[in-house]
Design a protein around this ligand. Structure first.
Ligand SMILES: Nc1ncnc2c1ncn2[C@@H]1O[C@H](COP(=O)(O)OP(=O)(O)OP(=O)(O)O)[C@@H](O)[C@H]1O
Ligand SMILES: [Mg+2]
Length: 281
């Protein structure tokens, strides 16, 4: 089983969209996927339609018990794709966590429950942009952290400072037996301007200097309206845009590249949304 946490120190960069679409593609590639909405604003919980009207329990139960039970897992209407919904509209959970000595490790331990281990190949955790105990717990629950970054100068600066602060704060946890996973930056929502290309290459150079603390993924997710449209339709973007004319690759192609880069064992496996001939054209 592999666990990813999607996080960013900046709001609105595309975390939830990325978590949903990556999870849905991995599910279509045959993995059993559990999404975890660790943002008190429950966007991921509502991203895909659920199979049943209202889940019995959600994130609060998971964090407070320190365990995932079947009651806290809600199947979506897509095969292989389930979700632990965020059910804390008042934002009590971060306060509750703050007073726990094990706050950083609570989600990590919960995700070791048999209900997760026996039923899933992959867990993807979405977080809020706000620094706090829930974001820390989500970061420490992952094997790999993915941080989407928009190639705009202010975001790039904020990413560098914010990410370094996050690593400085969480890396000491390895002394407590919970090593922070490697952080992979994903250039996300890149438009076709020269400015965006220049900043994207600046980000790569900056991160080479950070001596292995952060790496930048080769895959770039372009700015494309398909992501917004698919969100409106509540469907995975690779299904919504199986092919595309022009220089920008289709969402189907981009999401496969990303999944294969993150989990190389999946290379050559396709979601069967389009025929063999049309694939990756
Ligand atoms: N690749 C993309 N191209 C264009 N627009 C995108 C792309 N990915 C996401 N978006 C749009 O960007 C907006 C913000 O996305 P999203 O809600 O996923 O960000 P977030 O980081 O989860 O925000 P928050 O910090 O509020 O949780 C949404 O309107 C979404 O449809
Ligand atoms: Mg979000």
């Amino acid at each position: 089983m592999i666990k990813f946490t999607i996080l960013s120190t900046k709001g609105g960069v595309g975390k939830t969209t990325l978590t949903a679409n990556l999870g849905a593609l991995l599910a279509d590639l045959g993995l059993r996927v559990l999404l975890v909405d660790a943002d008190v604003q429950p966007s991921l919980s509502k991203y895909f339609p659920l199979a049943a009207a209202k889940p019995v329990a959600g994130l609060t139960d998971v964090i407070v018990r320190g365990e995932v039970t079947d009651a806290s897992i809600a199947p979506t209407m897509y095969q292989n794709l389930d979700v632990i919904v965020s059910d804390d509209p008042e934002g009590n959970l971060p306060h509750w966590l703050l007073h726990r000595i094990d706050r950083g490790f609570r989600l990590r331990l919960a995700l070791q429950s048999p209900a997760v281990a026996r039923s899933y190949d992959c867990v993807l955790i979405d977080t809020s942009g706000a620094i706090g105990p829930l974001q820390d717990a989500a970061a420490l629950a992952a094997d790999i952290l993915i941080s989407p970054i928009t190639p705009e100068i202010l975001s790039a600066r904020e990413f560098k400072d914010g990410t370094m602060e996050l690593l400085d704060r969480l890396e000491p946890s390895s002394a407590l037996g919970a090593a922070l996973g490697p952080l992979k930056a994903l250039i996300y929502r890149q438009d076709r301007t020269a400015d965006a290309r220049m900043i994207a290459s600046g980000i790569r150079e900056d991160f080479i200097k950070l001596k292995g603390r952060v790496s930048v993924l080769d895959t770039v997710v372009p700015h494309a309206k398909a992501h917004k449209e698919a969100a409106t339709l509540r469907m995975p973007v690779h299904r919504h845009e199986p092919r595309r004319d022009g220089v920008t690759p289709s969402a189907y192609t981009v999401m496969h590249r990303l999944a294969w880069e993150l989990i190389p064992n999946l290379r050559g496996i396709y979601a069967d949304a389009v025929s063999q001939r049309e694939r990756m054209a």
